[in-house]
Design a protein around this ligand. Structure first.
Ligand code: AMP
Length: 375
């Protein structure tokens, strides 16, 4: 007989993040029901309503089957969350979702909070691109104002001609044009804030992206000075307090020396926080559930030095991955396709030096030329 649920959470979106939220909720008796227009990553594991985000009957059903609502993607129409919020508590708050889904509004928020970013201009029509180069210099990065993720909807331009052609190549939609930042590395800080304003940060991690997609992460970020870590924590606190935020939020930053520039934020659990499943006392997924449900937060303290590698497009057979010492394998149950995140592997090591060498070995083992999607 099924145990009664301690809480029922409705999730907008049905990717791996919803799946991992459901897995984290299971020991706490939290039942997840997800609504997604796509094939869910948690098929057979998470209760699913297959419907578009604009299907009012389906949204009503999601609310009826949930006590509290949340989301795992920012690409959701504002009308959808506004409608749902009339039916059930919906967290994180809607302004966070709307801001993060709009690169212009996101930059405005950062600036209003004295959080530095790369120089940028807004592009509403092609001729605005003429005026962009003097602001950004070259190279410049052009990003669609909305609906960009995992490197989609953005181009690096190395000449004014390329910049002008970006308008058509990105579909003639409003854009953000920003300076290309010669960063030393990328870091991110994942934090959680509870309904009563308690805020905790995980140790910032160092992230490696390839083609705009997160490839790997080491957490804590090696040799991160205390002042830089404190600055990252201050920035994320400013954002969360300004938005009266509840739940997990990730802030991605470019680091150059002691300087940090905010790149973007995600108002949800985030790929750069996957290491917390094994590498922290309470994972980002559990803490997101605790926060939105009004429960006490779990400790974000890390144990050891975690390395996390994404399985993108392809991966070695499961038996090979399981043979890697210390490897904790997470497969999302998705069909292999180039550029698709199919899973991730985490290893928790004992030192920064061990984390660095383990990361290199893990990447070689997982991304080797023989790699093939044979889960
Ligand atoms: P985004 O979708 O804005 O998170 O960009 C994806 C990735 O592209 C980032 O994590 C960086 O690796 C790279 N990127 C984005 N914007 C810039 C920039 N202004 N300068 C250098 N690299 C960037």
């Amino acid at each position: 007989m099924q145990q009664p649920a301690t809480a029922r959470i409705g999730v907008l979106g049905g990717g791996q993040l919803a799946r991992m939220l459901a897995i984290a909720g299971a020991p706490l008796g939290v039942r997840v029901v997800q609504l997604t227009p796509d094939t869910p990553a948690g098929e057979g594991l998470v209760d699913t309503i297959g419907a578009s985000y604009t299907d009012r009957a389906a949204l009503r059903e999601l609310a009826a089957r949930s006590d509290t609502l949340t989301y795992e993607t920012e690409n959701i129409p504002a009308e959808t969350v506004e409608f749902l919020a009339t039916l059930r508590p919906l967290l994180p708050p809607i302004p966070a979702l709307v801001t993060a889904g709009d690169r212009w509004a996101e930059k405005d928020l950062f600036h209003s909070l004295d959080i530095p970013t790369a120089p940028f201009t807004r592009i509403t029509e092609q001729r605005d691109l003429h005026a962009a180069a003097p602001v950004t210099g070259m190279p410049a990065v052009v990003k669609t104002r909305r609906l960009g993720y995992d490197g989609r909807g953005q181009l690096v331009c190395r000449s004014e001609e390329e910049l002008l052609s970006a308008w058509e190549r990105l579909g003639g939609v409003p854009l953000l044009c920003e300076a290309w930042v010669p960063f030393q590395r990328e870091i991110s800080v994942v934090a959680v804030r509870s309904r009563n304003g308690e805020l905790q940060c995980y140790a910032p991690g160092e992230n490696t992206h390839e083609n705009g997609i997160l490839r790997a992460c080491i957490a804590p970020a090696p040799q991160l000075s205390q002042p830089v870590a404190a600055t990252a924590a201050t920035y994320v606190r400013r954002i969360m307090e300004a938005l009266d935020y509840v739940g997990v939020l990730a802030l991605e930053l470019f680091q150059h020396g002691d300087a940090l520039l905010a790149n973007e934020m995600a108002p949800r659990v985030h790929n750069t926080g996957h290491w917390t499943i094994e590498g922290a006392e309470s994972s980002q997924f559990e803490n997101h559930l605790r926060a939105v449900l009004g429960w006490p937060l779990g400790s974000t303290a890390h144990h050891g030095h975690a390395v996390m590698v994404n399985l993108i497009g392809t991966h070695p057979p499961l038996s090979e991955m399981l043979a890697i010492p210390g490897a904790r394998v997470h497969l999302y149950g998705k069909t292999a396709r180039p550029g698709r995140k199919l899973g991730h592997v985490t290893v928790v090591t004992r030192s920064e030096a061990e984390a660095r060498s383990t990361l290199a070995q893990l990447r070689a083992a997982l991304e080797g030329p023989e790699s093939e999607a044979r889960p």
